[in-house]
Design a protein around this ligand. Sequence first.
Ligand code: ADP
Ligand code: MG
Length: 368
Amino acid sequence: MLGIIGGGQLGRMFTMAARSMGYRVTVLEPDKDCPAGTLADVHLCAPYDDSPALDQLAATCLAVTTEFENVSALGLQRLAKSVRVSPSAAAVSIAQDRIREKTFIQGAGLSVAPFAPIESLSDLDQSLKPLLPGILKLAQLGYDGKGQIRVESEEDARRGFIALGEKPCVLEQRLELNLELSVIVARTSPSKVTTFPVAENQHADGILDISLIPARVSEKVAQRAREMALQLAEALDYVGVLAVEFFLLKDQQLIINEIAPRPHNSGHFSLDATLTSQFEQQVRTLCGLPPGDTQLLSPVVMINLLGDLWGNKDPDWSILLNQPNVLLHLYGKSSARPGRKMGHFNVLGDDPESILKEATDLRDQLRP
Ligand code: ADP
Ligand code: MG
């Protein structure tokens, strides 16, 4: 029996991978209608930090993982006393706080966007001028572009900090991006580690929209991104699946934007286009097995299906299902809301530009 904290779509895809590999799964998730709940062997319907539920995970599972970074690091630490836990509480606590995260990445000898921690209004002084125009980001609990405000001036930054509730933030210089990339690492131990091919990511309204694999970058940039991701996983002594988001700047410089201590939306291509998916890697690394092969079997384009595509009825899935090279993945969510991730589809084919066009055309046909 494997345990996972969180029962959203990432927990669901972990559960599917684990079950097909012969494991049973317990999901800890307070929402009784969650995507992973119906597929798990056991659904503990309780808050993520519920002591009796954590005790039950520890007592019944061989190993426990998480599908998101906002779990209590203390809870993970407690679990780790009696059961194998990956990723570690230490790695999760770095990933869940942008100040700790950026400081750690710099400490590992890798670059991040110029930034300053902002813990109170008095931190917003003259010295921050070089970071403007910038983006003020909540240090904790931000995702999909939420908890971020673009600021042009010091006055803006002060107003933004107040609007964000005067909670700890980072002020980051706004950079001119050439492309956004990501690399997913699967690491069991220093000698059992691998990376997935580099994904090129396009966002819409702060939410991942399209991933293209392979990314349209030089072999040198792709190689460097994979090396940087490995270097970071090494510095974290990471066990599990780690996603590393990069900015490729106009001058071809690569910097790390942020990390996620779990499978990542930009790695969903691996469900269909590599021998081993990122969720199988999560199971493998959790169980101390070596990661599986990650060679790309075919160019692939992934498009997210957000709730915006739902009118008063479900989209016409036959548009996708009629295509032999398109794979649909739905998350089993009962209600669609704008911006809510409901599923995704992967389009495979030999020519990257033509599958990109095919994928966006198909998505246009799905619109209500
Ligand atoms: P989230 O946790 O919401 O994904 P990110 O820090 O990744 O937050 O920011 C979301 C998106 O905003 C990025 O993918 C990128 O498009 C844009 N962005 C973030 N930081 C910067 C920056 N310093 N300069 C330019 N664009 C940025
Ligand atoms: Mg991000």
